[in-house]
Write a protein that binds this ligand. Structure first.
Ligand code: CAA
Length: 285
């Protein structure tokens, strides 16, 4: 199990392409799997753009960029790509039914030695592990956006995750230049249990007319040294994702303190999801 060389990332969206980027940049062979050629093309374009940015900032050389791109193998064939992998990282949308279907497919093809990790931001790792035949080899490997920049990997242990699997994921996170922090499975883990109530409270401040999004963000940036204010960050994460995570906290703890702000619900209903739709608390067009 200690020899992790080939990684298969399932899903080429924002998180999936970022995860493929950092593994490939650190010398791993990466299979990047998605369901349509255009999604793979978009993922590779994004990776190339982010690598160019790193070349411009002189963080990597042109040769490093080319080597990184060489290490990434896009694929539409989940079974073939999973079969070859030592570590499979699922980074598909946060819909339990969809994850269940894809994870059981991954489990069918994964080798006896392979570890399966989920990049889920809030769904229970124990519940996802139960979909597979080997919950002891299943773990949460939660990266943060933008993946090439953010140092944290929240390593989430399910009820049955083996301690050697936790150690392996911590070691490999360090090889990527990241800092692994182990936590146990609980709604929202640590990151989103702490972050989302802050974002929700900021949205309540807008809803109740306490301040404008600009002023609320200014308070948190200048007073608390946050790189982005909570409302700008909510747009960056996606308001639909924020709502999903708050609902996981609300349902998981049955505590009204996690009740999503009605304004957040309305914005998601109206399709104002933040950066990805061009409008949220800010206009990004
Ligand atoms: N790939 C590679 N490099 C990138 C990048 C990317 N996608 N995005 C930014 N960078 C680099 C830039 O090149 C720049 O490099 P230098 O320091 O060498 O100049 C550096 O990151 C800072 O970027 P910018 O100068 O463009 O802009 P900035 O200073 O405003 O920083 C930011 C942008 C890094 C996004 C910063 O605003 C930030 O840290 N914001 C908070 C992000 C955050 O909280 N993320 C977590 C979200 S929660 C989550 O992901 C998980 C969940 O479960 C919801």
């Amino acid at each position: 199990m200690s020899q992790i060389k080939i990684i298969t990332v399932i899903g080429g969206g924002t998180m999936g392409n970022g995860i493929a980027h950092v593994f490939a940049m650190n010398g791993f062979e990466v299979n990047l799997v998605d369901t349509k050629q255009e999604l793979l093309d978009r993922a590779l374009n994004t990776i190339e753009k982010n690598l160019d940015r790193m070349v411009q900032k002189e963080k990597i050389s042109d040769a490093d960029k080319l080597k990184t791109l060489d290490n990434i193998h896009p694929s539409l064939n989940l079974g073939e790509s999973v079969k070859k992998a030592d570590l499979i990282i699922e980074a598909i949308p946060e819909i339990f039914k969809l994850k269940k279907q894809v994870l059981s497919d991954i489990d069918k093809h994964a080798g006896e030695h392979a570890v399966i990790a989920s990049n889920t931001s809030s769904i229970s790792i124990t519940r996802l592990a139960a979909v597979t035949d080997h919950p002891e080899r299943f773990i949460g490997m939660h990266f943060f956006n933008p993946v090439p920049v953010m140092k944290l990997v929240e390593v989430v242990n399910g009820l049955e995750t083996a301690s050697e699997v936790t150690k392996l994921i911590e070691d490999i996170s360090r090889e990527l230049g990241k800092v692994p922090v182990p936590v146990n499975d609980s709604p929202g883990f640590v990151s989103n249990r702490v972050l989302m109530p802050m974002i929700n409270e900021a949205i309540f401040c807008v809803y109740e007319g306490v301040g404008s999004p600009e002023h609320i963000d200014e308070v948190m940036k200048l007073g608390m040294a946050h790189p982005m204010g909570p409302l700008r960050l909510a747009d960056f994460i996606g308001l639909d994702i924020c709502l999903d995570i708050l609902n996981v906290l609300y349902d998981g703890f049955k505590d009204p303190k996690y009740r999503p702000c009605p304004l957040l619900v309305k914005m998601v209903d109206s399709g104002k999801l933040g950066d990805k739709t061009g409008i949220g608390f800010y206009n990004h067009e």
